[in-house]
Design a protein around this ligand. Structure first.
Ligand code: 0L1
Ligand code: MG
Length: 251
C-alpha cells in the first residue's frame, strides 16, 4: 500500500466510518509498516476530535506474552481513549454501539501531571480496577499488526472503578471477570507484562516515539489480565484483589 497522505486519509475514513456506522470492514491492504499504521491511527483520532471528542487517556494492547507470541510481535501497541468511550462505573452501555464487543479486565493508572521531555519515568498518582471494551472494526475480529494499530488498538470503551493512592505492590493480584455473577475468566495482574507497572515505561517510550501527549489526569489502561470475553447483554464485572471491582451493564 502506498503510504501517502491520501492513502492514509482513505484508510482512516474507512475505519472511522466503520466505527460510527457500526459496520465491519475488510482489513487494510498489505505492506503497511507499524509507522504507517500509527499515522493512520493519528488520522482516525483527528476525525474523532474533529467531532468534538476529547482525549482522556491511552491504552496498551498485546501486553500478554501469549498474545504477542500469537501475533508474532515483540512490542506492545498503544491506542487512544476519548471521553466518548467512557462508561460510568455500574452504568449501562448500549451494545448497539459496537460491532462485536469483547471485555477485558485491566488495571488503570492515572497520570499525575503533564509529562515533559525531561521525565524519565511516567508520573502516576493513582490506580483503579478497570474494564476495557474492545471492538475491532475489521470483519470477524481478524487483523494484522498494522491493521490493529491503525484501528486504534481496538479501543471502544472503558470503565474505571474507584481511584486509590499508589503504594502496595500491584503484582500477583488475582483478577476475575464475571458475567451476571459467573466467572468467565480468571487470572493475575502478572499477565500484564509480568507486572502491570511495566506498562508505564513501555507507554512512555512508545508515546514519545509517536508524539502522543501524556497529560495530567489522563487514564492509562495497562493491558488485559486475562483473555478477552464476549460482551453479552448482561452485567459484566471485574474484580482485582485489593483494588475492588468495576462493572457495566450491557443492554
Ligand atoms: O486491549 C487489547 O489488548 C487489545 C489490543 C488489540 C488486539 C485485540 O483487539 O484483541
Ligand atoms: Mg485491553
Amino acid at each position: 500500500m502506498s503510504t501517502d497522505t491520501s492513502a492514509r486519509t482513505e484508510a482512516a475514513e474507512r475505519l472511522d466510518t466503520a466505527q460510527h456506522t457500526v459496520s465491519a470492514v475488510a482489513q487494510l491492504p498489505g505492506g503497511l509498516t507499524p509507522a504507517d499504521a500509527y499515522a493512520i491511527q493519528d488520522a482516525v483520532i483527528a476525525r474523532r476530535l474533529g467531532r468534538g471528542e476529547r482525549l482522556v487517556g491511552l491504552k496498551l494492547g498485546f501486553t500478554s506474552k501469549a498474545k504477542m507470541a500469537q501475533m508474532g510481535v515483540d512490542e506492545v501497541i498503544v491506542g487512544r481513549l476519548t471521553d466518548a468511550m467512557r462508561v460510568p462505573d455500574g452504568g449501562q452501555v448500549s451494545l448497539a454501539r459496537f460491532i462485536h464487543p469483547r471485555v477485558e479486565p485491566e488495571v488503570a493508572y492515572r497520570i499525575a501531571r503533564d509529562v515533559t521531555p525531561d521525565d524519565d519515568e511516567l508520573p502516576v498518582d493513582a490506580v483503579a480496577p478497570a474494564l476495557e471494551i474492545i471492538d475491532s472494526r475489521y470483519r470477524d475480529f481478524r487483523f494484522s499488526l498494522p491493521d490493529v494499530i491503525a484501528d486504534n488498538a481496538s479501543s471502544a470503551g472503558f470503565v474505571i472503578g474507584s481511584w486509590q493512592p499508589l503504594g502496595a505492590d500491584l503484582g500477583g493480584r488475582a483478577v476475575r471477570l464475571t458475567v451476571d455473577g459467573t466467572d468467565v475468566e480468571t487470572g493475575s495482574t502478572d499477565a500484564i507484562l509480568g507486572h502491570p507497572d511495566r506498562a508505564l515505561p513501555e507507554l512512555l517510550r512508545i508515546a514519545r516515539r509517536q508524539g502522543m501527549p501524556l497529560l495530567a489526569g489522563h487514564v492509562v489502561l495497562a493491558g488485559g489480565a486475562t483473555a478477552a470475553a464476549p460482551f453479552p447483554p448482561a452485567r459484566v464485572e471485574v474484580q482485582v484483589a485489593g483494588l475492588g471491582g468495576v462493572s457495566a451493564l450491557g443492554v
